[in-house]
Design a protein around this ligand. Structure first.
Ligand code: URA
Length: 436
């Protein structure tokens, strides 16, 4: 077997065998196949797709390319949650403590931000002293003690995916359903949870911009999860505008705390309650999804979700004073308004531009090694369906360099499209995929 033959097979739209997939992943992980040949194969997969069987083989082989975690020491059904990435998505910081407040064990490994999306690990690190790099035994101890641990992804999980993802990032092969599905599901399968809840984002701020592709991605991942023996459900969420109001690390952490205090915007609260309701159901807790949404909301109203978040911050060495005094989170020097130059109703927001503006301000990474500025970000005041008068503030830019902040103003203003006709507010949840 050799890699040229594998590339030719995929180039000619034929199916790769299980052995060919195993060969490619193993040899690439060991450094025996050069990047230029794997780039060519990735592009062939991007253009010609893969069958369900090929995607399953790719996922399972990648999941075995690193450590497979064993969480059997932790009693109870462990449900993992994963988002396919979006703008202003602070849901993990809200949902996980809410679910843990029901006594359901919560272990969540999160990534760091790369490109225009931010990562939960960075957002948590915006809390002074918060430790996200937990060793496995520390994580297990914490979950046994307080029922929750939020941490960075173990470096040794799905090693082949790490190499492949870095290569996809620079070869324009990220937005491929087989490659995204296998990348995400290989890590989830190796992470040891019993069940998997997927937040599949859809819209101008997501990898999948239209509903058909988002649904196909959700169905593909749900099928793979189920075939791998882990019940999987996909909730398709609307990412045609940032979720909630803030984008940027410390700003999103502050917003997550405010949501747990009962002060969240309707869209982000709805997504948190729906995802929380499914996680509870999968863990065998509560009743129907509607009933579970109600009890999740009650945990916000009673402050029990916030108390669990505080326990988590304390257990992971963070400064718990940020809960009562969010101003202890780093704040930016400049707050620059983006003002509307015309009136109308907001019809469209180019959500990726907002993520990009956060990166331009220093709040994200273009390269893995980049150091980020936790304080910078964007506050979105006008969302789709809102009425705008000339002179209204559409957004605030939070910047530590006045020059960089001002550079974003025009870029962000142009991210809005207004119309004269009234526009309906967006539904936060587009669909749920289960039992595929
Ligand atoms: N997140 C991942 O982990 N992998 C992808 O391919 C896309 C998003």
């Amino acid at each position: 077997m050799n890699i040229s033959e594998i590339i030719r097979t995929k180039r000619d739209c034929k199916e790769l065998t299980t052995e060919q997939i195993e060969y490619f992943i193993k040899e690439y992980a060991y450094g025996n196949i050069p990047d230029y040949q794997v780039s060519s194969l990735l592009m062939a997969i991007y253009l010609n797709g893969m069958s369900e069987r090929e995607i399953l083989d790719l996922t399972i082989t990648m999941s075995k390319s690193g450590e497979i975690l064993d969480l059997s020491d932790i009693p109870g059904i462990k449900v993992d949650k994963h988002s396919t990435g979006g703008i202003g998505d602070k849901v993990t910081m809200v949902v996980m403590p809410l679910v843990a407040s029901f006594g359901v064990p919560v272990i969540k490994m999160s990534g760091r931000g790369l490109g225009y999306t931010q990562g939960t690990a960075d957002k948590l690190e915006a809390i002074p002293n918060f430790k996200v790099n937990l060793e496995m035994d520390e994580m297990i101890r914490n979950v046994k003690r307080i029922g929750i641990a939020l941490m960075t992804q173990s470096e040794n999980i799905a090693l082949a995916d790490k190499k492949l993802y870095a290569l996809r990032d620079v070869t324009q092969t990220v937005e491929s359903i087989p490659l995204i599905a296998s990348s995400i599901m290989s890590k989830k399968i190796a992470s040891g949870a019993d069940k998997i809840l997927l937040e599949v984002t859809c819209g101008s701020g997501a990898f999948m911009e239209d509903e058909f592709r988002a649904r196909t991605l959700a169905e593909t991942m749900v099928k793979i999860g189920n075939m791998a023996g882990k019940e999987t459900i996909g909730v398709i969420t609307n990412m045609n505008q940032p979720l909630g109001r803030f984008c940027g690390n410390a700003l999103e952490t502050m917003e997550a705390i405010n949501i747990l205090k009962g002060q969240g915007d309707y869209d982000v609260v709805e997504v948190c309650c729906v995802l929380g309701a499914y996680m509870l159901k999968m863990a065998g807790v509560g009743g129907s999804i509607v009933e579970n949404m109600k009890v999740v909301q009650e945990k916000i109203d009673s402050g029990e979700g916030l108390a669990k978040f505080e326990e988590l911050v304390q257990r992971q060495w963070g400064d718990t004073r940020v809960i009562k005094e969010p101003e202890r989170l780093v704040t930016a020097k400049y707050k620059i308004p983006v003002v509307a130059e015309e009136s109308g109703f907001v019809e469209k927001i180019e959500a990726k531009n907002i993520g990009q503006a956060v990166v331009n301000l220093g709040g994200g990474r273009m390269k893995k090694e980049d150091v980020i500025d936790y304080a910078v970000g964007i506050e979105v005041l006008k969302k789709i369906g809102d009425k705008v008068e000339t002179g209204d503030t559409l957004m605030y830019i939070y910047a530590n360099s006045e020059e960089k902040g001002k550079e974003q103003v025009e870029f962000l203003r142009k991210s809005y499209e207004l119309t004269y006709e009234p526009v309906k507010k967006l539904k936060a949840i587009l669909d749920v995929v289960e039992g595929v």
